[in-house]
Design a protein around this ligand. Structure first.
Ligand code: ADP
Length: 359
């Protein structure tokens, strides 16, 4: 039996806004699940319903198979870390972490052992006497996590916990949170709009759009097997390139070339005749030059961004724009014409009407 179950969960706010539609998910104990999607897609609303901070309008939330809709946050055994990690400014790191246990009236020896153990896991042992203002943003966020972690809870919820940190701190904290999760084994749900956080941290990702779950799967599944244009475009950086075109005589016209879809569609080719499809390829899947078993294209280089480990090449194929990710040693000159190949196996086709992937 799953540890947490969300069964057809809906949220309709008092003003009538339907923020979450038929959300279904089974979560195993110890899993690290990330809810990802653009701002406003219903991630926080879902998390707050799991936390017990927001009523569930419709559907059932089960913990260990038992209905928990009517339970408060404490009964559910949840701890939550928010984006704004308001620490008590006049209290030391030690006291900030200890606060929850002190409120519960735990005895001093127990609290001391717990605080020191939590601080060790979080790398805060040397900072226990400091006030929050004498800490970096990343350290403060670790204290906030420590404060939530110290109470023994079954469910650990985090809502955009890294968004107040600078880019470098975010990268460090990403791996630290993964490490903390490994050490504590807490069942965790983490909300973010950042696909990189989702890809690097999640056991499984729930990708959402406009209140609807689009796909649930491992980072690998979402990257290699996206179910639709939205997921394909949301996961991956830079995003997948998409070109819309109508199938004529088994071909689509892209960048001034007629590309034969037979290698991709095989026996299904005929059924797509006259219909619109979306042709997708990832920037990192192309090879410069002409290769076999691939669509060979040419394009004008409009801009290049050398990022160190790779270069993003912004190209125009006649009327269509796209981005290619190439080895920095192969960075082409701006305003030159290049030839590149998209291996057949790296091309994704989607139904132009439904935007669902064509398998
Ligand atoms: P996310 O976390 O994905 O950014 P939210 O769950 O915060 O999205 O919000 C989902 C949608 O619900 C948004 O359109 C938001 O404006 C709306 N919403 C959030 N809270 C309320 C509320 N209390 N009343 C009405 N609408 C709300």
């Amino acid at each position: 039996m799953a540890y947490l179950t969300l069964k057809n969960i809906n949220k309709i706010y008092p003003n009538g806004y339907h923020a979450v539609h038929n959300f279904n998910l089974d979560m195993e104990k110890g899993e690290f699940i990330v809810f990802v999607g653009p701002s406003g897609c219903g991630k926080s609303t879902t998390l707050r319903m799991i936390a017990g901070l927001e009523d569930i309008s419709n559907g059932e939330f089960l913990i260990n198979g038992k209905r928990a809709n009517e339970q408060g946050p404490r009964e559910r055994g949840v701890a939550m870390v928010f984006q704004s990690y308001a620490l008590y400014p006049q209290m030391s790191v030690y006291d900030n972490i200890a606060f929850g246990l002190e409120l519960q009236g735990a005895d001093d020896d127990y609290i001391d052992e717990k605080v020191r153990n939590t601080a060790r896991i979080l790398g805060l042992t040397d900072y226990l006497d400091r006030l929050p203002r004498a800490l970096s943003g990343g350290q403060r966020q670790r204290v906030a996590i420590g404060r939530a972690l110290i109470r023994k809870v079954g469910i650990f919820l985090m809502d955009e916990p890294l968004s107040n940190l600078d880019a470098k701190q975010r990268v460090t904290m990403r791996s630290e949170i993964t490490q903390i999760h490994r050490e504590t084994g807490a069942t965790t749900i983490y909300v973010t709009h950042d696909q990189t956080e989702a890809m690097t941290m999640a056991d499984r990702i729930v990708c959402m759009k406009d209140g609807y779950v689009q796909q649930v799967g491992t980072p690998r599944e979402l990257y290699f097997d996206p179910v639709n244009v939205f997921v394909a475009g949301f996961i991956g950086e830079p995003p997948m390139n998409f070109v819309r075109s109508t199938v004529k005589s088994g071909k689509v016209r892209i960048g001034g070339k007629d590309l034969d879809l037979a290698p991709k569609l095989g026996k299904k080719l005929g059924s797509w005749e006259g219909k619109e499809i979306v042709f997708g390829f990832r920037p990192e899947s192309v090879k410069l030059g002409e290769h076999k078993e691939a669509y060979v294209m040419d394009a004008d280089v409009e801009l290049t961004e050398m990022l160190g480990d790779n270069t993003n090449v912004y190209i125009k194929m006649q009327e269509q724009n796209a981005i290619l990710k190439v080895d920095p040693h192969d960075t082409p000159e701006v305003d030159t014409r290049i030839v590149f190949s998209i291996p057949y196996e790296s091309v994704y086709l989607f139904d132009g009407a439904t935007e669902m992937v064509i398998k």
